[in-house]
Design a protein around this ligand. Structure first.
Ligand SMILES: [Zn+2]
Ligand SMILES: [Zn+2]
Length: 135
């Protein structure tokens, strides 16, 4: 993992890689990574890291709507797949699908109307509206 971080720093000097509590990408070019001690987790950590690099390389910014965000998540994983080849990291399809599932569930939860349970829709400003409770 340490080695991968060093290589990424060399290959992408314009990205800022910082250690933190969870993996995330902060536009425009900061990537937060976690250094786990568990050996078993190392491959998924590397994958996560490459996924965040994917966001950065695709120049993802903050997004207004959730479907848009899901598209970006997918795109970043596709980018990670390419990066995996360059850096000799195993692209774990199952892990990626699990990550995306977590994301989809979260999205689904968010889109449910707390009053009637109906699926709400989102306008471009990111706000949710219920077709039944709102006129
Ligand atoms: Zn992501
Ligand atoms: Zn409702």
């Amino acid at each position: 993992m340490q080695e991968l971080i060093e290589r990424l720093r060399e290959d992408y000097p314009n990205l800022r890689l910082c250690e933190g509590k969870r993996f995330c990408f902060r536009p425009p070019r900061t990537i937060i990574f976690v250094l786990g001690s568990d050996k078993v987790e190392q491959n998924s950590d590397a994958l996560q890291l490459l996924h965040e690099v994917g966001h950065a390389l695709l120049e993802h910014k903050n997004f207004a709507t959730d479907p848009e965000r899901l598209r970006m998540e997918r795109a970043a994983w596709e980018k990670a797949r390419e990066l995996c080849e360059c850096y000799g990291v195993c692209y774990d399809e199952e892990f990626v699908e699990e990550e995306l599932d977590t994301y989809r569930n979260w999205l689904h939860q968010r889109s449910r109307c707390p009053q009637c349970g109906l699926t709400r829709y989102q306008t471009i400003d990111g706000k949710y509206h219920c077709p039944s409770c709102e006129e």
